[in-house]
Write a protein that binds this ligand. Structure first.
Ligand code: AMP
Length: 185
């Protein structure tokens, strides 16, 4: 399996934008589970119907469903050939365990935590005005992030795969920092 990168960060940290830039620069496939779920909602598939209420409430879609979707996608020829940048997955340690298993026990090459403080991401999310960006949903997601996703940082750190990158600054400044970290790997 070629390069496998994971980008972590609070919602509103700019990780979606940076992930797209990184995927282009390193020639890997960008997989955003949030985008996959929103596409399923828009298409009105069975998955979309199930995911919509969960997403609207700012909750996480179940691990079993997510692991199934991502596992299937990672088997794709494009990813086998070019590698992948995972954006929005894993979100829980159960998902990280499953990812390591899918990657035959090795786990991703590098997990980057794009770090932006809570006050700043809240402001950014309110400004972008997405459908699921009500104030309640935002604070619910940030709460969930701290409770469930933050332990992921420990998961990656324990395996020597975690790097923290300061997410404050212009898009170019942040991209330069991220590229440096990937290059060093
Ligand atoms: P995002 O675009 O990454 O902010 O994701 C939007 C929403 O999709 C989240 O609030 C969750 O409801 C759901 N979602 C995306 N990725 C995952 C995941 N790996 N596990 C569980 N839920 C997810």
């Amino acid at each position: 399996m070629p390069l496998v990168l994971v980008i972590l960060g609070r919602q509103g940290s700019g990780k979606g934008t940076q992930a797209a830039l990184l995927a282009e620069r390193y020639g890997v496939v960008h997989i955003s589970t949030g985008d996959m779920l929103r596409a399923a909602v828009a298409a009105g598939t069975e998955l979309g119907l199930r995911a919509k209420a969960v997403m609207d409430a700012g909750n996480l879609v179940g691990d079993e469903i997510m692991i199934g979707i991502v596992g299937e996608r990672l088997a794709g020829d494009d990813i086998r050939a070019h590698g992948v940048l995972l954006d929005g997955f894993p979100r829980t340690t159960a998902q990280a365990d499953a990812l390591a298993e899918i990657l035959e026990g090795t786990g991703p090459d590098l997990a980057i935590n794009l770090d932006v403080p809570i006050a700043e991401v809240t402001e950014r999310m309110l400004a972008r005005g997405r459908d699921d960006d009500t104030e309640e949903a935002i604070s619910r997601r940030l709460e969930l992030y701290e409770a469930e996703t933050a332990p992921l940082l420990a998961w990656f750190e324990d395996r020597g795969r975690l790097t923290v990158v300061n997410g404050l600054g212009t898009e170019d400044e942040v991209f330069a920092r991220l590229s440096q970290v990937v290059d060093a790997r």
